[in-house]
Design a protein around this ligand. Structure first.
Ligand SMILES: [Zn+2]
Ligand SMILES: [Zn+2]
Length: 240
């Protein structure tokens, strides 16, 4: 699905799979935000790249929002193909390097821990410890550390033609049937931290996103500052 100029939805809820995968075309190829659940997302991503005539573009970078298998599960595959992998430092060290989302160490109430949640481990190339800007081809990408859903969760902000697209992973999504309802990334992991989560949501306030492209649900393609504020309130209410 083409979302906006240069931005495509390549896998996820709209295709009956878990974990949205976004592709962004740049001058020298393609960058991906997240890569879906192990194995099942790859044929879907490749199918959709063919639909849009993008299959010959090299995937030069993979931006992982966090270390849950439905978002990071195929990183090894894309890294083998030459992609530079970016992820938050804590998830990079605690989850991606293991490749085994161990249900004892990292139980996760939202995902079933069948064998299909195990994935090939990989060493992240750029581990993000604090807020940074990355330069990938013609794009300046702001990476915000947003711990809470997992300790190493990050949000990527990419500006294209003066529009700010927020790739929020599971930190914040728009509900599938009611896009005005924020879906929060609370209580999904053993390493979930309510205090950090609220601070991270506050960090997203007043940044005036033109779109929220979450890890689940539907892409929300309208100006979304009030939506973030609503999510923030909801998170604080949940906590009290
Ligand atoms: Zn998650
Ligand atoms: Zn998820």
């Amino acid at each position: 699905m083409k979302i906006a100029e240069k931005i495509y939805l390549l896998s996820g809820m709209s295709y009956g799979l878990l974990g949205n995968v976004y592709g962004i075309v740049h001058r020298d190829g393609l960058l991906l935000v997240d890569c879906g659940r192990p194995h099942e997302a790859i044929p879907m991503i490749e199918r959709n790249l063919r639909v849009w005539g993008l299959e010959k573009l090299p995937v030069t970078a993979l931006l992982v929002t966090h270390g849950h298998p439905d978002h990071c599960g195929n990183g090894f595959y894309f890294q083998q193909q030459g992609a530079t992998v970016v992820a938050g430092q804590k998830d990079a060290d605690q989850i991606l390097r293991l490749g085994d989302y161990d249900p004892v160490i990292f139980p996760c109430v939202l995902h079933d821990f069948e064998e299909d949640c195990l994935f090939e481990p990989y060493e992240v190339d750029i581990k993000v410890e604090s807020d940074i800007h990355l330069s990938i081809c013609e794009y300046d990408i702001e990476v915000l550390t947003t711990p809470g859903h997992t300790q190493g969760s990050v949000v990527y902000i990419i500006t294209i033609k003066n529009k700010k697209y927020f790739f929020t992973g599971d930190t914040l999504s728009a509900e599938g049937s009611r896009a005005h309802v924020p879906v929060l990334g609370t209580a999904a992991s053993v390493d979930y931290c309510a205090q950090s989560y609220i601070s991270s949501m506050q960090k997203l306030l007043n940044r005036y996103p033109d779109a929220i492209l979450g890890g689940h649900g539907i892409p929300r393609l309208v100006s979304s500052n009030a939506f973030v504020a609503q999510a923030c309130m909801k998170a604080m209410k949940e906590r009290s």
